[in-house]
Ligand binder design. Sequence first.
Ligand SMILES: *[C@@H]1O[C@H](CO)[C@@H](O)[C@H](O)[C@H]1NC(C)=O
Ligand SMILES: *[C@@H]1O[C@H](CO)[C@@H](O)[C@H](O)[C@H]1NC(C)=O
Length: 307
Amino acid sequence: MGPFSATPSSVGLLFIITISAATLLSLLPLASSIPFIVLHGIGDECKSGKVSHFTQMVANLSGSPGFCLEVGNGYWDSWFVPMKKQAEMVCNNVKTIDELSNGYNIVGLSQGNLVSRAVIEFCEDGPPVMNYISLAGPHAGIASVPMCGNGTWCEVADELIKAGIYTDFVQDHLAPSGYLKLPDDMSAYLSKSKFLPQLNNEHPEARNPTFKQRFSSLKNLVLIMFEEDEVIVPKETAWFGFYPDGEFSPVLPVQQTRLYQEDWIGLKQMNEEGRVQFVKVSGGHLGISDSDLKQYVIPHLLPAAAH
Ligand SMILES: *[C@@H]1O[C@H](CO)[C@@H](O)[C@H](O)[C@H]1NC(C)=O
Ligand SMILES: *[C@@H]1O[C@H](CO)[C@@H](O)[C@H](O)[C@H]1NC(C)=O
């Protein structure tokens, strides 16, 4: 072989080395940072200004790749596709996204938190969720009460109640009916609600150990409550606090609920192992300040949080 025949292969080798180095460099940050997804709330969509700004900001501040994952068509589906179906759509979706296959983090906004948690608990063979940050999630349900106030959700909840929230029709067609929990109608709630009682493992005869095991596999769970939240009632539902059965007051702190004490979903275990943060921030529903975002959300999404 003459020197001229060696040239092309040297160039080729050089080319391969260059490509490999570039590939490696581009993979290095990915190897140490976990991607995140954002799941938005009701009557919202990924392309809305607020949600896309929020997602972009979280990506910028954390330096981790992330995106808002749309549920169906967004705005209307968040209202009219039942919660379990919404979670199923996300479950099917995350399985097809290569970037998420080694695990991912979730940032949930309001109702999107129940979709998130349903994905964590119900999704068969989905990629693992590592850190989960919940902003204003109605985790223990919402209750419409005479003193509910005049927020949008109070009006919606009131309409649902009039239509009969625990009827099959409403359960199958209005997403929030899946987590409307009326403390004075517990038997109807337990027997007819098609979503939250399963998600929270409330059925005494059917507590699902797999749901619990999956939820309690999270590395970190951050539950953020907004002090002036008037959209979800009670606001403490963001921490799994709720009214006692049969009563509309007082709100039981999470540690006094049976869900926690009997550890239906593993929250107590995670908390005792130091994996839960109960965070209260000022502001109305989802009105997180930049400084609170930096303090409570971003640290769990940094590449270092991967370990
Ligand atoms: C995120 O960073 C990009 C690129 O630096 C910038 O153009 C954009 O305005 C930032 N967005 C937010 C919401 O911080
Ligand atoms: C709604 O609530 C606010 C604050 O509680 C109150 O100032 C306002 O008058 C109420 N509006 C209506 C229509 O009841």
